[in-house]
Design a protein around this ligand. Structure first.
Ligand SMILES: [Zn+2]
Length: 411
């Protein structure tokens, strides 16, 4: 997987690269960004001087090259400094609330999921969410002032640039709601908000375990249907931030009335057929086939309560996909995943992260925002400048050999 280079030479891009890599080298950063080694060295020096990044020197013998031969001299490995501070991630579903508290390296300190009738009322949802966040911070052993960022997902689109939640008109308790209201009053740091399927797509891309996910369609099948689209490694947002809203495409003009007020939306038709999982899969698979062809996805990931776990539903999706995908043939037989000649070249798979795809995506994007806003620097001032440098800049041997080739930019 490649990490988006974005605008390349910026200090925050270097920081982001190091954060995602966990451990990396100046050489890997230079190869990824295409910048000269001296430019990278200068940027890294600034990050080290600011206490955001530390350097570990691996002793001889700890590293092996790709060919198995040992290297002769120590290699300087870069990683984030061990800063104090946390981010809070909140996943709001149609019928549940999940809150996670993570440290600034993304390790989950506390995670709680509760059932809640979210669709009934935004006000009641936020009140419960704020209570859950406070309890989670207490259980994690941190205070509100330790928070360096807050991320929240909604089961509805969140429009740009206003940040207004675009809930169906039939949900009276969710009209004229701003996404920032989800943040508990007084919680510091940047806020990241988006539709849940967009976060799910991002979570699967970054931590889903597949090596090549630069073009993916993520479909969340829960109590509603949404999708997130990643094209060329970037999350598709759209002019108003509402791209990927597939649940309310009309598939049956004579179907039942949907919660959006129209008839026969995909969401309603699939929900009605859920007792027969295979039929539900066939119905949603047909829509997925058309959308996938449109965005030229290399992989379609099914997530959410029904998508990530159901065998019969998945089989239905695959059957409909094979039948309704236009021109879905790869004459070379060298499609993604090594498909045989004539078989679909697009992989369809269940979410590797199960029902946590959204939460993992929220955590990653909130960490990005927290580090970009200087969370690490403020934490350094609280704990004493360069203490982390002194503590970690000694020679160590990693138990797992470091693979410097892992983050080389692909062709
Ligand atoms: Zn609808």
């Amino acid at each position: 997987m490649t990490v988006p280079a974005q605008n390349g030479s910026g200090r925050s891009d270097h920081l982001e690269f190091i954060r995602r890599a966990g451990q990396t080298t100046r050489r890997a950063i230079a190869e990824h960004t295409g910048l000269s080694r001296s430019v990278v060295a200068q940027a890294v020096s600034e990050l080290i001087a600011q206490g955001l990044v530390v350097e570990r020197r691996l002793v001889q013998g700890a590293l092996r090259s790709a060919h198995g031969a040992q290297r002769g001299r120590p290699t300087a490995v870069l990683e984030l400094a061990g800063q104090s501070g946390v981010v809070v991630a909140a996943d709001i579903g149609h019928r549940h609330l999940t809150v996670a508290v993570c440290d600034l390296k993304g390790r989950v300190l506390e995670e709680t999921r509760i059932p809640f009738p979210v669709d009934d009322s935004a006000r009641a949802t936020f009140r419960e969410l704020h209570r859950l966040v406070a309890a989670s911070l207490t259980r994690a052993g941190v205070g509100a002032t330790d928070v360096a960022g807050f991320g929240v997902s909604f089961p509805f689109p969140v429009t740009k640039p206003t940040g207004m939640v675009l809930a169906p008109v039939a949900l009276l308790g969710w009209q004229n709601v701003s996404a920032v209201e989800a943040r508990p009053p007084g919680l510091p740091g940047p806020i990241v908000h988006d539709n849940d399927a967009n976060f799910g797509a991002w979570g699967e891309r970054i931590h889903g375990g597949s090596p090549e996910l630069d073009n993916l369609l993520y479909v969340k099948l829960g109590h509603g249907i949404g999708s997130g689209v990643i094209v060329d490694g970037m999350l598709l947002s759209g002019a108003r931030g509402t791209s990927g809203e597939m649940g309310h495409i009309q598939v049956d003009p004579h179907g039942e009335v949907c919660r959006c007020g129209r008839r026969g939306c995909l969401e309603t038709v699939v929900a009605a057929s859920l007792p027969d999982r295979r039929l539900a899969g066939l119905r949603v698979g047909r829509a997925i086939a058309q959308l996938s062809a449109f965005v030229d996805a290399e992989v379609v990931i099914l997530g959410g309560r029904f998508g990530a776990s159901d065998g019969a539903l998945m089989e239905g999706v695959k059957d409909a996909f094979a039948r309704f995908t236009p021109d879905n043939e790869d004459p070379s037989g060298e499609g993604a995943g090594g498909a045989a000649e004539g078989s679909p070249r697009v992989r369809i798979q269940a979410a590797a992260l199960g029902e946590r795809s959204e939460l993992v995506g929220i955590i990653d994007r909130t960490l990005s925002a927290a580090w970009a806003s200087g969370a690490g620097r403020s934490a350094t001032r609280r704990t004493g400048a360069h203490s982390s440098w002194d503590r970690t800049n000694s020679e160590v041997v990693l138990e797992v050999p470091f693979d410097a080739e892992r983050f080389v930019m692909k062709e």
